[in-house]
Design a protein around this ligand. Structure first.
Ligand SMILES: [Fe+2]
Length: 444
C-alpha cells in the first residue's frame, strides 16, 4: 500500500504491454462497428515520488480492434517518452520538442487526424505520432507548423474537419490558439494574452466563436521546490472568465465574461441560441488543487449551464444536474451546434469512476446506469450507427474496470437503451488503469 490513492487499486500502473487476439464476447458486436476503440491514461514506469500526481504518469495507450462483429485484438503500448525509453532500454524517440518539461510524456488523449494517430497532452509536450497499431513513431510538430504547446482537447469542427485547440506552457505569457487543417498542418495561430500562467485543459466551439477559459489554477514555482510534480494550484483572487474569440477575429476581438470562481476541465458542448447568446454547458468544479495536490478532488463536479451575451452583461449561471460527474461526451457531429444528449461518467466509489449518466437536455431528465460497485466505467465514447443517423442513434463504448475479475471489459451499449442489456461485452485479459480520454477511429 501507498498513501497515495492514485497509485492504488485500478489507478495502479501495469508493468507491461499486452497483446491479445480473438477476445471472448458476450452478446453481439454490432456489425457496423469496424475500427478501433482507443484509450489512454497515466501509467508511471518508475517509482513515483511521495507527492505523486495522477496527471503526470507516462502514457499507456490501449486499443481494441472490432471488425465484422468480432473483437479481433487488443493491444496496449507505452508512449515512448524519454523516461519510458530510459527505463525500458528502448532507443530514444525521434522528432522535435517544444519543451523538455516532463520528458515528453503524452498521456491524456489519443486521436486520429489527417490519417495519423497521435497521443496528446497539455502544458508543452509535443503530440506523439503513433502507428495505427499504437506503436510510437516520433514526436510531432505537424511538419514544422505547430509553433508552441498543443493540448489534449482539440475540438474538431464537424463542418470542416479542422481541429481548434488552445495550448499553454509555463514559459509563455500568452495562451496559444491554433487551427489544424485537414491536411494535418497548422493554418492559423493567435496569441491570447492572460493575466497569469493559467492551466487550460479544454476549449469549446460555437458557429461563430472559439471559446477559451481563463481560470484560477496557476503555476506556482514554490510547489516545485516542495517536490510537487504538478506545480499548479488554486488562487482565490484570480477569478474565472470565459473568452469568446470570433472565429475570424484576432486576439483584440475577444470579449471576456466573468463567472463565479470555479474550475473546469471539460465543457460538454456549446452553441448559439436564436438570440445570438452563447449556451455553454460545463462540468464545473467549485475549486481545483486547493486542498488535494495529487488529483482532481476539491468538491463535487456538477453539470452547469452558462448563458453568455456576447454584447456583455452578467453571465446567467444555472445547474443542470447536481450529481457528481466528469468525462462529459456528446455525439461529436454536434460539436458547436444545438444538441440534446450528453453522456458522462458518474463519479462513484474509487474517486472519479462509477456508473454512467445520460442527460436529455430537452426534457431535463437524467438516466443513471449503474452495474454495481464492482463495475467502474471510464469515459463513454459515442459512435453513430451510420453517418446519417439521428443524434443518440448509435453506440456508447466504454472501458469498464471489473473489480471481481480485476480486469477490464469493453461494454457496448445501445445509446437509446441506456439502462438495458449491453449489445456486447468484450473481456480483456488484464487491467486498463483508470485514465483520461479515448476515441473511436473507424476504419478508413
Ligand atoms: Fe480532459
Amino acid at each position: 500500500m501507498t498513501d497515495n490513492a492514485y497509485l492504488e487499486d485500478n489507478y495502479a500502473p501495469v508493468a507491461d504491454e499486452t497483446t491479445a487476439h480473438d477476445l471472448p464476447v458476450k452478446g453481439e458486436i454490432p456489425a457496423e462497428l469496424n475500427g478501433r476503440l482507443m484509450r489512454i491514461g497515466p501509467n508511471p514506469v518508475s517509482e513515483p515520488g511521495p507527492n505523486h500526481h495522477w496527471f503526470v504518469g507516462n502514457g499507456l495507450v490501449h486499443g481494441l480492434w472490432l471488425r465484422d462483429g468480432k473483437a479481433e485484438h487488443y493491444r496496449s503500448r507505452f508512449v515512448r517518452d524519454d523516461r519510458v525509453c530510459e527505463v525500458k532500454g528502448w532507443p530514444a524517440t525521434p522528432g522535435p520538442r517544444f519543451s523538455e518539461i516532463g520528458g515528453g510524456a503524452a498521456n491524456t488523449n489519443v486521436i486520429s487526424h489527417a490519417g495519423k494517430t497521435f497521443a496528446i497532452v497539455e502544458a508543452g509536450g509535443n503530440p506523439v505520432e503513433l502507428t495505427d497499431e499504437l506503436d510510437t513513431v516520433a514526436f510531432s510538430d505537424f511538419d514544422g507548423t505547430l509553433p508552441g504547446p498543443f493540448s489534449a482537447h482539440p475540438k474538431r469542427d464537424p463542418d470542416t474537419g479542422e481541429l481548434h485547440v488552445v495550448g499553454y506552457y509555463v514559459g509563455l505569457d500568452e495562451l496559444q490558439y491554433n487551427v489544424v487543417g485537414t491536411d494535418g498542418r497548422v493554418r492559423k495561430t493567435i496569441e491570447i494574452p492572460v493575466a497569469g500562467k493559467t492551466m487550460v485543459h479544454d476549449c469549446s466551439l460555437t458557429e461563430n466563436y472559439f471559446i477559451v477559459f481563463d481560470m484560477p489554477v496557476l503555476f506556482d514555482a514554490a510547489l516545485l521546490e516542495q517536490d510537487y510534480p504538478l506545480p499548479y494550484r488554486w488562487f482565490d483572487d484570480y477569478g474565472t472568465r470565459v473568452g469568446l474569440l470570433p472565429r475570424d477575429g484576432e486576439a483584440a476581438d475577444i470579449s471576456w465574461h466573468e463567472v463565479d470562481p470555479c474550475f473546469l476541465f471539460h465543457p460538454l458542448n456549446s452553441y448559439e441560441d436564436s438570440d445570438g447568446r452563447v449556451v455553454l454547458d460545463v462540468v464545473r468544479h467549485p475549486k481545483m488543487f486547493a486542498t488535494d495536490m495529487t488529483g482532481p478532488n476539491d468538491g463535487i463536479p456538477t453539470l452547469d449551464r452558462w448563458l453568455i451575451d456576447p454584447e456583455g452583461g452578467p453571465v446567467k449561471e444555472s445547474r443542470l444536474d447536481e450529481r457528481a460527474q466528469e468525462f462529459p461526451r456528446i455525439d461529436e457531429r454536434l460539436i458547436g451546434k444545438p444538441y440534446r444528449y450528453g453522456y458522462c461518467g458518474h463519479v462513484g466509489e474509487g474517486l472519479l469512476f462509477g456508473g454512467l449518466l445520460k442527460h436529455d437536455l430537452q426534457t431535463g431528465e437524467t438516466l443513471e446506469r449503474n452495474e454495481g460497485e464492482h463495475r467502474q466505467f471510464q469515459e463513454p465514447v459515442f459512435v453513430p450507427r451510420h453517418a446519417g443517423a439521428d443524434e443518440d442513434d448509435g453506440w456508447l463504448l466504454s472501458y469498464v474496470h471489473d473489480k471481481k475479475r480485476n480486469a477490464a471489459d469493453v461494454v457496448i451499449l445501445n445509446a437509446q437503451d441506456f439502462q438495458g442489456e449491453p449489445a456486447a461485452v468484450i473481456e480483456l485479459p488484464g487491467r486498463v488503469p483508470f485514465g483520461f480520454h479515448g476515441n473511436w477511429a473507424p476504419d478508413a
